[in-house]
Design a protein around this ligand. Structure first.
Ligand SMILES: C[S@@+](CC[C@H](N)C(=O)[O-])C[C@H]1O[C@@H](n2cnc3c(N)ncnc32)[C@H](O)[C@@H]1O
Length: 292
């Protein structure tokens, strides 16, 4: 019934989502749902399942209904007001780990910055994945930082949080050995191409590039790179699907060494830039799959 309801609402993954939402309403995971098929269901559980299905039928993202989304193998809390972590953003973690592995043993604890941290998925993951990393993360949104703090506490990561607008507040705390960012890069004109789940539910400030300029944050980060990055430091920035050629040109015209890395769909998704030639930039190129 749940599945056919979501199917009638035109949802492609009606079966999977129905199972996830009913399991969530019953306070169990999807596997347990099948193991406990005979379990009696209470009236309040039926109400909770109905409520979850109606919300999904109105195109609310599953992650906002269940309150969580997996990122790099860990569950992150998410709520309206904070961007839902995307699988393609995991590519930044892959390259950051590769960079950390290639660092000289005597280089000291890496200082890491995540600009525009949202749920904290990158900051928390890097704090847990890169040994000894001293991670700072910033966001202009107090709502996002609440969720990020909650995630760090829940997952046992230590992160210094910076609430502030733009790069000013983070430049004061630099330089950093590694700067990562998944900034807002969607153009307003592309809003109609977004799924209703994204367009109608996710925070505008996390999605849309300021002043209609999709390259604004890549440009600002590249302009600031020489102050923001320590010598031999690396900048990793997530890019929109048509952004790579412009981002490369921006980096190279500022005298930086740069390349882009494709995601699993073949889209050049991550810009890697640094001030000096460093073999690790090219050697760390991961063409597909996860380097875990
Ligand atoms: C695309 S989301 C990325 C969130 C998270 N890093 C992730 O990958 O899921 C961009 C984030 O940048 C933040 N942001 C937008 N404008 C900002 C600004 N002027 N200063 C700092 N952060 C900003 C948003 O609040 C949002 O959390």
């Amino acid at each position: 019934m749940a599945r056919s309801f979501l199917g009638r609402k035109g949802l492609d993954e009606a079966r999977l989502e129905a199972e996830l939402l009913v399991a969530h309403a019953l306070g169990m995971d999807r596997l347990r749902l099948f193991l406990e098929l005979d379990r009696p269901v209470s009236g309040s559980e039926i109400d909770a399942a109905r409520d979850a299905l109606v919300r999904r039928g109105r195109r609310e993202p599953v992650a906002y209904i269940t309150g969580k989304r997996e990122f790099y193998g860990r569950d992150f809390a998410v709520r309206p007001g904070v961007l839902i972590p995307r699988p393609e953003t995991e590519l930044i973690v892959d390259h950051a780990r590769e960079w950390a592995r290639a660092r000289p043993a005597d280089a000291g604890a890496p200082r890491v910055l995540d600009f525009g941290t949202g749920s904290g998925c990158l900051a928390v993951t890097l704090a847990l994945e890169i040994e000894g990393a001293l991670v700072s993360a910033s966001d202009v949104s107090a709502d996002a930082l609440h969720v990020a703090t909650e995630n760090a506490q829940g997952l046992g990561a230590e992160v210094t949080w910076i609430e502030g607008d733009g790069l000013g507040p983070v430049l004061e705390r630099g330089p950093f050995d590694l700067v990562v960012s998944n900034p807002p890069y969607v153009e307003r004109g592309e809003a109609s191409e977004l799924a209703p789940e994204v367009r109608e539910y996710e925070p505008e400030g996390a999605l849309f590039a300021p002043e209609g300029d999709p390259d604004r944050w890549a440009r600002e980060l590249l302009d600031a790179a020489r102050h923001l990055l320590a010598p031999d430091g690396l900048l990793l920035v997530e890019l929109g699907h048509r952004q790579a050629p412009r981002a490369l040109e921006l980096a190279r015209s500022r005298g930086l060494i740069a390349c882009t890395h494709p995601d699993l769909a073949g889209i050049e998704r991550v810009l890697a830039a640094r001030g000096e030639t460093h073999d690790a930039l090219e050697a760390g190129r991961i063409r597909s799959g996860k380097a875990r």
